[in-house]
Write a new protein. Structure first.
Length: 145
């Protein structure tokens, strides 16, 4: 994980796309050359048609800047920024709950249910033996695999 001060990036390799923004700027500024006028007899009929509004040959600078800003923000967003990356790196190891009497629980679903059973008045999980509790166990096992 790349860390820049208080912000880290979980996918820092995507930041390599930021130097490509000048190329994107150049591509957005490229316009095809103006068409040549060639006299053609049947063109007289086309001149009778109503004219449609024409678009400018160049993109306005503010629209171009907005597009480049949007592209930069998309690149930064895809790099998965993390606020305070030091704390996030601590969860890379095995989850372990050690109780006061030395007993240990190592599996996430067991830890969640144990904590919920310690404070039943908070109703963190359905009561033991109910169908809802088995649905909770089903979901915890689904998430854990």
């Amino acid at each position: 994980m790349l860390s820049l001060g208080a912000i880290g990036f979980a996918a820092p390799w995507l930041l390599l796309a930021l130097p490509a923004l000048p190329v994107l700027y150049w591509l957005l500024r490229v316009t095809p050359p103006a068409p040549r006028r060639v006299s053609f007899a049947p063109i007289f009929l086309l001149r009778l048609l109503p004219r449609l509004p024409e678009t400018p040959a160049r993109t306005p600078w503010w629209l171009l800047a907005l597009r480049l800003l949007a592209a930069a923000l998309i690149i930064l967003g895809l790099a998965r920024p993390v606020l305070g990356p030091g704390a996030a790196g601590a969860g890379d190891g095995t989850l372990l709950l050690v109780l006061d009497d030395g007993r240990q629980l190592r599996e996430g679903p067991a830890i969640v249910q144990y904590i919920a059973d310690q404070v039943p008045e908070k109703k963190l999980a359905p009561a033991n033996g109910t169908f809802e509790r088995y649905k909770l166990q089903e979901w915890l096992n689904f998430i854990g695999t």
